[in-house]
Design a protein around this ligand. Structure first.
Ligand code: GLU
Length: 308
């Protein structure tokens, strides 16, 4: 009995992967590349391809963009396993994760508005004090709220002061036993591959729950990858550096670490990453202009496959 169980547990698990677009614009050729790489990986390894709608930004997410995601993916010939996970239907899961981190005393209410935080950064830089920036180039959040007493925090929250919830990065790192890493089966923007040393400190005190939404991208993506049993995260290289934050949150919450396969981005003719705001490269507009699925697949840097 014991042996049978051990064998079953050791048998390689078929992979589960996901494509996780945000319905705040039309999908472009770069999204097609990501979706195709996920779907093909699942098929080639006898695994499951899931679809997750990352719609936590309630002001930008729109039902017509979600409908367009389904339409574009089906038109490309992709099939995904049900159910589709829509993040806006699972805020309670993210709130539970935030509560766990709060119990560990790793979270604090951050009261500075974006403008106030920017002003602190400007003042410091004007005074010749360099200010740390995250891998995306955004300045770290000023640490002043971290030192408020619990009575001060409570009073300001009770007074209705708007606040986000941020991770106390220093405290989180202090509690880690060993340095964090992840298995990169793709490559980072500078060709990094294999075992990658995570560097969450580079991000400063990241947002875990926004002022207007009870979660953030980092928290929701990490919780969902665990809940959906994602074994391999296949996504663009623009999210390579963010993996450090995801590994930290996984470690703090006791969640499993998937393997990561970051892929190269589709660039426009000026060498810039495609953007949702540039409608010209959307799958829908290319389709309207007569492109076939095979054309889009080639534009996404992949080979069309013969229809079975
Ligand atoms: N929702 C993210 C995006 O549209 C992708 C998240 C991920 O793959 O981890 O860029």
């Amino acid at each position: 009995m014991q042996d049978a169980k051990a064998t079953a547990n050791n048998a390689p698990r078929p992979p589960t992967v996901r494509f996780a677009p945000s319905p705040n614009g039309l999908l472009h050729v770069g999204h097609a590349r990501s979706a195709l790489l996920n779907a093909r990986f699942a098929r080639d390894h006898g695994g499951a391809f899931l679809l997750r709608i990352e719609d936590i930004d309630l002001t930008r997410a729109r039902p017509e963009f979600e409908a367009a995601i389904f339409e574009d993916l089906a038109w490309l010939g992709l099939e995904w396993s049900a159910p589709v996970r829509r993040q806006s239907e699972h805020f309670a899961d993210y709130e539970a994760a935030l509560a766990d981190l709060t119990r560990l005393e790793l979270v604090y209410p951050a009261f500075l508005s974006r403008a106030e935080a920017a002003e602190r950064v400007r003042d410091a830089e004007a005074a010749g004090r360099p200010w740390p920036r995250d891998p995306d180039g955004a300045p770290h959040y000023p640490g002043s709220d971290r030192t408020l007493s619990s009575a001060q925090r409570r009073r300001r929250i009770e007074d209705g002061e708007p606040h986000a919830w941020r991770l106390d990065m220093r405290a989180a790192l202090a509690g880690l036993g060993a340095p964090l890493s992840w298995e990169e089966a793709g490559a980072g923007p500078r060709g990094e591959t294999g075992l990658i040393a995570a560097d969450p400190a580079a991000w400063g005190d990241v947002v875990l729950a926004r002022r207007d939404v009870p979660t953030s991208y980092h928290l929701a993506v990490t919780v969902d990858d665990a809940i959906q049993g994602i074994t391999d995260v296949i996504r663009g290289q623009d999210l390579f550096a963010a993996t450090s934050v995801h590994r930290l949150i996984q470690q703090l919450l006791g969640l499993p670490a998937p393997r990561y396969r970051h892929h190269g981005l589709v660039l426009d003719k000026d060498g810039r990453k495609l953007s949702k705001s540039d409608g010209a490269t959307s799958i829908a507009s290319l389709r309207e202009k007569g492109a076939t699925p095979a054309d889009i697949i080639r534009m996404a840097g992949l080979e069309p496959e013969p229809q079975a």
